[in-house]
Design a protein around this ligand. Structure first.
Ligand code: ATP
Ligand code: MG
Length: 184
């Protein structure tokens, strides 16, 4: 058992989960699960989620009001598939940035998770500069988690904690399909 007095630190961290291997979003959800156990206020904003439904969209409701989940693309289901024009994707990502900015600056949260934001930057849906500004201007005690592969060097530079998920094996390589409860 870790002694709390030795480990307490109130300064907010910028945490990045990147890399090709599976586990980036689930690691962020793990933080949410852990922190809600201490009544911390957490908000997860999903940047790129098409019409898929993820289990966490249901289970997050059980952790309310501590945990809040904002699936920005959800209101746009039907247009956010691969056939929809880049402008539509940009609109959704822009909306996600706006929501993130207001949540981050509200001071109402202990932890904010920008899920798949690294992909959004990499796809050109979101300006890197906008995300760097979000990190730089966050309240000092806020923990900010950014997920998605292809994290930019500038983000890694600003972050306190960066973990690269390394793929060693994935059932996908054996032609196995995504599994309920594991993948979505
Ligand atoms: P998870 O949400 O399971 O933690 P992730 O956030 O690391 O995964 P994403 O890049 O966001 O990975 O991809 C989301 C979906 O793709 C999930 O269904 C996940 O299981 C699957 N996936 C993740 N990594 C791989 C991989 N290396 N090969 C194939 N599918 C993958
Ligand atoms: Mg993910």
């Amino acid at each position: 058992m870790i002694n709390e007095k030795d480990t307490m630190d109130d300064s907010g961290l910028t945490i990045v989960y990147t890399g090709k291997g599976k586990g980036k979003t689930t690691a962020a959800l793990g933080i949410a699960l852990r922190a809600s156990g201490y009544d911390k206020k957490i908000c997860m904003i999903q940047f790129i989620k098409g019409s898929w439904h993820y289990g966490e969209m249901n289970s997050s409701k059980r952790l309310e009001p501590e945990f809040e989940m904002v699936a920005v693309g959800k209101g746009f289901v039907g247009i956010i598939d691969d056939k929809s024009p880049i402008e539509e994707h940009k609109k959704i990502a822009g909306e996600a940035i706006k929501i993130s900015t207001s949540k981050i600056q509200s001071g109402n949260y202990d932890i904010i998770i920008l899920d798949e934001v690294n992909y959004a930057i990499n796809l050109g849906l979101v300006e890197l500069e906008e995300v760097l500004n979000l990190i730089k201007s966050k309240p000092p005690t806020l923990d900010l988690v950014l997920t998605g592969n292809y994290a930019k060097d500038e983000i890694i530079e600003l972050a306190d904690l960066v973990t690269e998920m390394k793929e060693i094996k994935h059932p996908f390589q054996q032609g196995k399909k995504a599994k309920k409860g594991i993948d979505f």
